[in-house]
Design a protein around this ligand. Structure first.
Ligand code: ADP
Ligand code: MG
Length: 254
């Protein structure tokens, strides 16, 4: 499976282009001079110590956070304050968070059909068919009529992934999707992510799961203090880190 994932094609087409991007929270300079080109089909793992700006970076990509300097272009659309552009980008980009953010008062099926029906104007029956397709894909079609609170953490996170997929994104962003899960549930979520990668989804994943990085990523990016300080293919990244801060980080987690 690892080999299969590694062999996936990365196209010449640019999915995300970030140039000299900077962001401040008030006077705190949280992201510094970020340059990043993500090609279609890439599976990028973003690693780095807590507080290094990983979440902020991926939240900037779908405008959950505003950047103040430089540019972010997603699928050819420049992210600006123009709401049309923000909508267009959000419709291309799915996001899965550490906390699953499901609506507790809606069933699993309703969680998955809400945005397609109300945002995409997909007819209800069709939205339900699509939702069942993706719930089957994440291996929980039998949970469709339950409420989030009745599911395990791993199942809820797989619903969150299915819900994202129902919007047919071309890019998926993951922010520590397994960090809130008990160890025995981590694998089922990672397996779902591996499958997505094998199907060619462009993915940016903030994760501490270095096994996943080795197996699936074609590139690992290391962030520290708001900067990308090193990036490389996993083999080189893990076996031959160049930056002192990367070496220190790897010595602490491996
Ligand atoms: P990471 O995901 O790598 O742990 P974050 O992107 O969450 O890092 O945070 C980077 C830095 O920005 C941290 O110092 C954090 O405290 C700070 N930060 C994050 N969100 C906010 C916010 N909404 N307002 C002010 N500071 C923030
Ligand atoms: Mg974070």
């Amino acid at each position: 499976m690892a080999e299969q994932a590694q062999e996936l094609t990365v196209s010449d087409e640019v999915a995300i282009q970030i140039n000299n991007m900077n962001k401040w929270y008030g006077s705190f300079h949280v992201l510094r001079d970020i340059d990043l080109t993500v090609y279609r089909g890439e599976r990028i793992v973003i690693a780095g110590p807590s507080g290094s700006g990983k979440s902020t970076l991926i939240r900037c990509i779908n405008a959950l956070e505003e950047h103040q300097k430089g540019s972010i272009t997603v699928d050819g659309t420049l992210l600006s304050s123009d709401l049309k552009n923000i909508d267009r980008i959000r419709s291309e980009v799915g996001m899965v968070f550490q906390h699953f953010n499901l609506f507790p008062h809606l069933t699993i099926l309703e969680n998955c059909t809400l945005a397609p029906i109300w945002v995409r104007k997909t007819p209800k029956k069709e939205a339900e068919d699509i939702a069942m397709h993706f719930l089957t894909k994440v291996k929980i079609p039998d949970q469709a009529n339950k409420y989030p609170g009745q599911l395990s953490g791993g199942q809820q996170q797989r619903v969150a992934i299915a819900r994202s997929l129902c919007m047919r994104p071309r890019i998926m962003l993951f922010d520590e999707p397994t960090s809130a899960l008990d160890p025995e549930m981590i694998k089922e979520v990672l397996d779902t992510m591996v499958e997505l990668a094998e199907e060619g989804m462009t993915m940016l994943c903030v994760t501490h799961e270095m096994g996943f990085a080795r197996q699936v990523a074609n590139r690992v990016i290391f962030m520290d203090a708001g900067q990308i300080v090193e990036q490389n293919e996993p083999e080189e990244f893990f076996n031959n880190p160049q930056n002192e801060r990367t070496k220190l980080f790897l010595s602490q987690i491996l």
